[in-house]
Structure formats: C-alpha cells, structure tokens
Write a protein that binds this ligand. Structure first.
Ligand code: 5GP
Ligand code: MN
Length: 342
C-alpha cells in the first residue's frame, strides 16, 4: 500500500474538476522529455478511460526521436507547427492538465494561449516553487517524476485497476528517464513498489530501457566521443573536487549532424569522474544557448541556473538559457561558479 502523499483537499478538488469537464487538454513543458511525455500520455489515456471527449495532448514542440514509440505520441498536437489547431483546443477545453512544469514560462510560445484559456487548470508537478496560475496545484518536489505523481493520483482517485499496459509503459518511461534509470532522485523505497506494480500490469522494463537509451545514431556516439575527448574542461574547486564544462558551438553540432535528443545524457557523463561534483553542458541553439547542470549529493545547482541563466529545475538536475554568444555564456559560468559551487 502506497502512502497517500497528495493531500485530500487537492485530490478532491482535482477529481471534481475532472468529473465536471467534458473536453480535456493536457500540456507539458517545452522540449518535452521522457517524464513530460510519459506523464502527459498516461494522463491522456486515463482521461479516455474516464470517457472524457475530446482529449488532446498539446506540446510546445516535438519530443526527441527516441520517445516517438510511446503510446499516443502520434496523436500529439505541436504548438510550433500546428498553432491554429492547438489554440482552438486550449481555448475550447473545459479543463487543462498542466504536467511537469512549475511556471507558465516553461511552455514557451504556448504561454499566452494557456494563460488566456478560460479552462480550469490542474497542475501536477515535481519542480520547486510552482506559480499560482492553476486552480489546483499538486506539487511534490520530493517525487522522482511527474509520472510517479500521475500513478499516485490515479491510485488515490480509486482507479488503480484502470491502469492499462500503455499507461503503465508511459509512467515507467517517465520514472526511468527522470531518475537516470534509477540512479538519482530514486531513494524512496516506494518507487520500487510502483515499478513492481507496473511490471505486474505487464511492462517489459528492459525493453523500455532499450527503446529509450539504445537507439542512437553513429553520429551521436561519435559526438559523445568528441565532447569527452576534445571539449571537456575541468576546473578545481578545492584540493579534490572538480567542476566539468562542455560547451559546443552550432558549427560543432552541425559537424555531427546534431538532431534533437543527441545531447541527452552527455551532461551526466563527467560525473562519472570520481572528483567531479558539478557538471555543465552548453550548446548553441538557433536563437539561444541551452544549458544543463548536474550536481552530486547535497549541492544544489537549480539556484545557480536561476541566478545566472534564466532557469531552474531540481537540486541535482537543472537547466537554463542564455541569450547571447556562446563565449559570453562560458565567461559568465567561469566567472561565477566558484561563488556558488563550494
Ligand atoms: P535537462 O538538463 O535534462 O534539459 O534539464 C534538467 C532539468 O532542469 C529539467 O527537468 C527541468 O526541471 C530543468 N530545466 C531545464 N531547462 C530549463 C529552463 O530553461 N528553465 C527552467 N526553469 N528549468 C529548466
Ligand atoms: Mn520531470
């Protein structure tokens, strides 16, 4: 039996909004990752089980190719390429479920349509300090993933027996990707009770791992080699501990035929060095520098991401953006990390 971590008041308020709604839209953050996709697709199947109609998942932009096998992915509407359709869905929905983000800014171009929609909004998320744009806020930063919260939400609403294989696959994918295959944010023993339940429902966890982590192109593997061999810089912060930085220009990315998703996980790799306790990965996107941070143990990086790179995230995994040249982003990082990383 799982602990009922979602408080009864929020639970019943969310359940009431769901039962009053006919049309439901589900949205998650820009550049959706395994958890954004997993929690949203699982929720959309759950809404269909509850006979809501129409049910639509609207994402600001496409997910990486390695998630495209996920059940329901083909039906996702993308704001960047189907704006008119997406605007109608958001405007006409009775209810919008906001998953895996804490601030409306995280849905990018879709922010205005989301905030202006007259729909009731329920936010389910595990990032710290959520904004108050939603009618019901279910925020649990201690959770491994929003997908875990979706599982708990479904159970607490009395629908455990309605969790289908496809829902279970989506939930597992989100839990697996947001914990680096259960290597961080994964100390709660209950996670493994949830995984056991998902396995009883029928997921093949090894197959899901294979689909998500073993589908890269040769270019991506050579790209990883280049990042580690040619680009990784190490900075000492004391006698033993080090900070790693990998920064790539647009030109370097093009050389390896960079596709969305190819950078996935690279920021974690320097953490394999015993002395590295912080890691940063920067890449020059079309209009901005996209930045990822990781840290080990009790060393928050989300505050640094927020203070210097318009970002945020979790204690050990955060990210942000920089509008300017790559070299200026690198300088900003080099000039400031020592103050925060101790
Ligand atoms: P990743 O490095 O895997 O892209 O992101 C790690 C975590 O950092 C995400 O789960 C998210 O919480 C946070 N994050 C990444 N990029 C941004 C950003 O631009 N803004 C904010 N607020 N958080 C971000
Ligand atoms: Mn997440």
């Amino acid at each position: 039996m799982l602990q009922e971590i979602i408080n009864k008041k929020d639970m019943s308020a969310a359940v009431r909004l769901i039962s009053q709604a006919s049309s439901v839209a589900i949205v998650a953050h820009m550049s959706p990752d395994g958890d954004a996709m997993g929690s949203s697709l699982a929720m959309s199947i759950f809404m269909q089980v509850l006979r809501k109609s129409p049910v639509a998942v609207v994402m600001p932009n496409r997910c990486p190719q390695f998630l495209s096998w996920m059940p329901g992915c083909d039906a996702v509407v993308y704001y960047d390429s189907q704006q008119q359709e997406a605007d109608v869905i958001l405007r006409e929905a009775d209810l919008i479920l906001c998953l895996d983000f804490n601030t409306a800014k995280r849905v990018g171009q879709m922010e205005k349509a989301l905030l202006e929609s007259p729909a009731k909004k329920v936010l389910i998320d595990h990032h710290i300090e959520p904004d108050d744009f939603a009618d019901v806020v279910i925020s649990h930063p201690e959770a491994s993933s929003t997908s875990e919260l979706v599982f708990r939400f479904i159970c607490q609403s009395g629908h455990f027996s309605d969790i289908s294989l496809t829902m279970a696959q989506c939930i597992y994918t989100g839990m697996m990707t947001d914990t680096g295959n259960f290597s961080y944010n994964s100390q709660n023993p209950e996670l493994y009770n949830i995984v056991a339940e998902l396995m009883r429902i029928g997921i093949n966890k090894d197959e899901i791992y294979d689909k998500v982590f073993n589908t890269y192109s040769p270019d991506r593997l050579r790209f990883v080699g280049y990042c580690l061999y040619m680009k990784m810089k190490l900075y000492k912060i004391d006698k033993v501990q080090k900070v790693a930085l990998i920064a790539l220009s647009r030109q370097e990315l093009m050389r390896f035929n960079f596709q969305s998703g190819d950078a996935e996980g690279i920021v974690n790799m320097p953490m394999q060095i015993g002395s590295v306790v912080y890691s940063c990965f920067m890449r020059e996107d079309v209009d901005k520098i996209k930045i990822s941070f990781r840290s080990q143990g009790d060393r928050p990086v989300n505050e640094f991401a927020q203070d210097y790179f318009n970002g945020g995230g979790h204690k050990n995994a955060a990210g942000g953006e920089f509008y300017g040249k790559l070299e200026d982003a690198v300088n900003l990082f080099e000039q400031n990390f020592r103050k925060s990383f101790t």
